[in-house]
Design a protein around this ligand. Structure first.
Ligand SMILES: *Cc1c(COP(=O)(O)O)cnc(C)c1O
Length: 227
């Protein structure tokens, strides 16, 4: 199947997942994860109406962005503090805010450039020691520490689930994220928005949508497997 057909199929499956679940969000955004994939494939997806693309490495966005000036980029991988300055004005959304140090660095660099930077807090909901992200219990204090930030704008939560052969096994993880998201909406300081819940990838995005994701990050089901 072509990239265009893959995108059409995924959108159809997202719509079906929305219609069969009462927890599903009204609007779900498909983020096309284009890491390791060539510019020509991104152009093909763009021609099929795809506007937002996710990459997990700063260097890859910096290399691709000048060739694709009309594309909107999301950074979905771990961000080192020493790369913050280079990337903050190139991306629409950082999904991987995972430490106070990183948040402070983004705030400082965004203030220096006089720009706003939108980010999601990465939550390590399954408490996987091999993954980045803050623990669920730490989220309240984490957001409180950001109360005075005027340039870094928190817009929601993101999680990378553990890989499970059976996507159904992810449901409790996604459900726990939705509950955390809903709860944080009512308890977070006023400058924190809980607008986006980013979860679900190629093998489990339908379950994520059923459980309330409003951004799904899909790579291999659009562009084919990565080598
Ligand atoms: C690679 C990646 C994805 C997409 O993975 P696929 O299984 O190819 O859909 C989603 N989120 C993150 C954070 C990734 O690094």
């Amino acid at each position: 199947m072509s990239i265009k057909e893959n995108i059409a199929l995924i959108k159809k499956e997202i719509a079906e997942a929305q219609s069969r679940s009462r927890y599903a969000a009204a609007d779900v955004e498909l983020l096309a994860v284009s890491k390791t994939k060539p510019v020509a494939m991104i152009e093909e997806a763009y021609a099929a109406g795809q506007l937002n693309f996710g990459e997990n490495r700063v260097q890859e966005i910096l290399a691709k962005a000048p060739l694709l000036p009309y594309v909107h980029w999301h950074l979905i991988g771990h961000l080192q503090t020493n790369k913050v300055r280079q990337i903050i004005d190139k991306v629409d959304l950082i999904h991987s805010l995972d430490s106070i140090e990183l948040a402070a660095e983004i705030e400082k660099r965004a203030a220096a450039k006089d720009i706003n930077v939108a980010a999601l807090v990465q939550v390590n909901i399954a408490e996987d020691e091999h993954k980045f992200g803050i623990k669920k219990e730490e989220l309240g204090d984490f957001l409180l520490a950001m109360t005075d930030f005027g340039h870094l704008q928190i817009k929601g939560l993101m999680t990378i689930g553990p890989f499970c052969e059976n996507p159904e096994a992810m449901r409790p993880v996604f459900k726990a994220m939705r509950l955390l998201f809903e709860q944080t909406k009512t308890t977070a300081p006023p400058n924190i928005q809980m607008q986006y819940l980013s979860m679900g990838m190629s093998h489990d995005y339908m379950i994520a949508v059923e459980e309330g994701a409003n951004i799904v990050r899909v790579g291999s089901s659009i562009f084919g497997v990565r080598s």
